[in-house]
Design a protein around this ligand. Structure first.
Ligand code: NAP
Length: 260
């Protein structure tokens, strides 16, 4: 049986695409293929050219700079969403950051500054984006973010980012409850290790990636395209009835005990 997803009447905002390897872009590609109109936000001017190149081949896209921690820029971003689309069906949050200093040593030595930065950028911005989006979200719309298994088990060097991902997963459940009456769904996708800019900034990521491929049930890591396809499910009407969940796409890595 083949299932085709038609999002041609839908509007989407994707936050956090740095380049073609970004998981946000893997999701956006699926949304664009399904016919959605997609707006993109990026943190800094340095990413503008990259995003312009990526979206050049697609009609019905626009881009806007917005640091997700900056209230004025978030207000301006959602004013743009209103101006372009009038309303919103899909919100994708694909944003995370922790200072490298917090991922090099012991978790025990996490400073309050690094804690605040990691949790604000990587978890609170989902809450903020959902609140800014609320007046524009249609009943039955869908929100997705990206998380990682270090929220559940200790992954060496992931440190405060593991705590931030645990906060993101809990925030997903609380947001899902707040939006439940309107059947607005909020889920987070737990992706296995993938080679992106954010991942490269994690000390020892290369080893983690190789170990992931050896240990996963499939004997390989999941791919960004597989993340995109799961997101398409959750963000379309295929996923009605699913909310508040952390859904894994990791080629069966998290279910295995470590071989070495
Ligand atoms: P990525 O391409 O580097 O995307 C991360 C994006 O977050 C970048 O565009 C980055 O912009 C943006 N960002 C950081 N701080 C921001 C802020 N204050 N305001 C707005 N944007 C901000 O890396 P990615 O791996 O695709 O990451 C996307 C999501 O997937 C993250 O939540 C990550 O934790 C999650 N994830 C990744 C993996 C993996 O192995 N790659 C696995 C599981 C989950 P700048 O480049 O300007 O900082």
């Amino acid at each position: 049986m083949s299932v085709s997803v038609d999002l041609s009447s839908k509007t989407a905002l994707v936050m956090g695409v740095a380049n073609s390897r970004s998981l946000g872009w893997a999701i956006a590609e699926q949304l664009l293929k399904a016919g959605a109109r997609v707006g993109f936000s990026y943190q800094g001017e340095r990413l503008q050219g990259e995003l312009q190149k990526l979206t050049a081949g697609y009609e019905n896209t626009w881009i806007q700079q917005a640091d997700a921690t900056n209230e004025d820029e978030m207000t301006a971003l959602f004013a743009r969403v209103k101006e372009e689309f009038g309303q919103l069906d899909i919100l994708v949050h694909s944003i995370a950051f922790a200072p490298r200093s917090a991922m090099e040593g012991r978790f025990l030595d996490t400073t309050p500054e690094d804690w605040n930065t990691a949790l604000t950028v990587s978890a609170y911005t989902l809450v903020s984006a959902a609140r800014h989006a609320e007046p524009l979200l249609r009943d039955g719309s869908s929100i997705v973010s990206l998380t990682y298994h270090a929220s559940q088990q200790v992954v060496p060097k992931y440190n405060v980012m593991g705590v931030a991902k645990a906060a993101l997963e809990a925030a997903t459940r609380y947001l899902a409850a707040d939006f439940g009456e309107r059947e607005i769904r909020v889920n987070t996708i737990s992706a296995g290790p993938m080679r992106t800019i954010a991942a490269r900034s994690i000390p020892g990521f290369g080893g983690l990636y190789d170990k992931g491929a050896r240990n996963a049930a499939f004997g390989r890591n999941a791919t960004p395209e597989e993340v995109g396809k799961l997101a398409l499910f959750l963000l379309s009407d295929l996923g009605t009835g699913v909310t508040g969940q952390t859904v894994y796409v990791d080629a069966g890595l998290s279910i295995m005990t470590v071989k070495e």
